[in-house]
Design a protein around this ligand. Structure first.
Ligand SMILES: Cc1cc2nc3c(=O)[nH]c(=O)nc-3n(C[C@H](O)[C@H](O)[C@H](O)COP(=O)(O)O)c2cc1C
Length: 379
């Protein structure tokens, strides 16, 4: 469907601003917030400027090909949809719209355990490539049961989130009254009423923010009962691997020592991620960690990276440093909030066009030509 406001956005930041206007403030803050002082959230993006691309000239670039292989799947774009919780908070079309957009763009959709759509719904929505992301919550049996459901529903791969023994300190959530707070504040309620389009859709079909754990309606104050299992450890990966019976990724690693532990535990893919600066604040940017990861375990596991990717050139920088693909979180949620499925299409189109143009300007026609000779870190 034509959506001129979306078509008039020419970069991710412009879609971000549109999303901000279209969302009631509590849900905008849930989407956007980082932890503590948001050093890591900001640094994720700023860090890309510390790397400069070195283009090669006078190569025939009349045909550029953005396809690659990541997570064992052939994809048409090196940009994967990262798992994010509660997408229907941002737009009534929710996870299904994002999964359809990903399939159209020829890339992988990742469903979070905390999705507002079920594992089975997404499987029946699209035959495109899919990853299921596991959170180990305090109801361990139910959490482990999600692995069997994802396997039975035909998901291509699975990732285990390793970075959430407790929720990061997101003060915005407390300020607006979202869980762990038990009640929306008065100004949050006012903001919801001031967004009638969002509000009407919401009351017509209220989303279940924990659709995979709980059927039917869940009360706001009961949301806090779904807590991460902080006893979850490396010892549990054996059981997960046994249930999944396929290749899997560990997501949320920032330390090379942990990347080695993940490989020893049988992980085939490592997702280098600081959760978009939403967990521990004060960690390095992920772009700064790629070469260490690739040099330490790159011969044993593929390195996928996320956190802060907003431009096609950001993706090209990560690939030049040795990552096999990138994942995006907030960017596609901006698109979703700004215009549902059409907004997510627009985000993926922006990344595709920016990557294609970047490749031509770098003088390459295939992503496999990228290596460290195309990049340098500023002093
Ligand atoms: C609103 C929101 C919800 C998220 N929910 C999850 C989740 O349920 N599971 C997960 O593994 N990561 C989750 N993440 C982290 C993303 O998977 C990804 O690591 C992060 O968004 C990447 O950073 P970026 O937003 O700067 O692209 C979430 C991120 C956001 C912004």
């Amino acid at each position: 469907m034509k959506n001129s406001r979306i078509d008039q956005c020419y970069n991710i930041e412009e879609l971000h601003q549109l999303a901000r206007r279209r969302l009631p403030s509590p849900f905008y803050y849930y989407l956007e917030g980082g932890s503590d002082d948001e050093y890591s959230k900001k640094n994720n993006i700023d860090a890309f400027d510390r790397y400069e691309l070195i283009p090669r000239c006078l190569n025939d670039v009349s045909n550029v090909d953005t396809s690659t292989t990541a997570l064992g799947i052939n994809i048409e774009l090196p940009v994967i949809i990262a798992p994010t919780g509660f997408s229907r908070m941002f737009h009534y079309q929710g996870e299904e719209a994002v999964a359809r957009a990903a399939a159209k763009a020829g890339t992988i959709y990742s469903l979070s355990s905390a999705g507002s759509s079920t594992i089975e719904n997404i499987a029946s929505t699209t035959s495109g490539p899919k990853m299921f992301q596991l959170y180990m919550l305090n109801d361990r049996e139910k959490s482990l049961g999600l692995i069997n459901r994802a396997r039975d529903a035909g998901y291509d791969t699975m990732c285990v989130a390793a970075d959430l023994p407790i929720l990061g300190n997101r003060e915005d959530l407390l300020r607006v009254g979202l869980p762990p707070a038990t009640k929306l504040t008065f100004s949050s309620l006012l903001s919801i009423v001031a967004h009638p389009k969002w509000f009407i859709r919401y009351i017509m079909d209220p989303p279940n923010p924990m659709a995979n754990f709980f059927e039917g309606k869940i009360k706001h104050e009961d949301m806090g009962k779904f807590m991460p299992d902080s006893t979850f450890s490396w010892n549990d990966l054996g059981e997960i691997k046994k249930r999944w019976q396929g290749k899997f990724a560990v997501k949320g690693l920032m330390s090379v020592a942990d990347a080695k532990m993940a490989v020893d535990a049988g992980a085939d893919y490592i997702i280098l991620s600081n959760h978009g600066g939403r967990q521990l604040d004060g960690v390095p940017s992920t772009i700064d960690m790629i070469t260490e990861f690739v040099d330490a375990v790159g011969d044993k596991a593929e390195i996928i990276v996320d956190s802060g990717f907003r431009r096609g050139t950001h993706v090209l920088k990560a690939l030049a440093l040795g990552a096999s693909a990138c994942m995006i979180g907030r960017p596609y949620l901006y698109g979703l909030a700004a215009g549902g499925e059409a907004g997510v299409d627009r985000v993926l189109q922006m990344f595709r066009e920016e990557i294609e143009r970047g490749m031509m300007l770098l003088g390459i026609s295939k992503l496999s030509q990228l290596d460290r000779s195309f990049i340098r870190k500023r002093d």
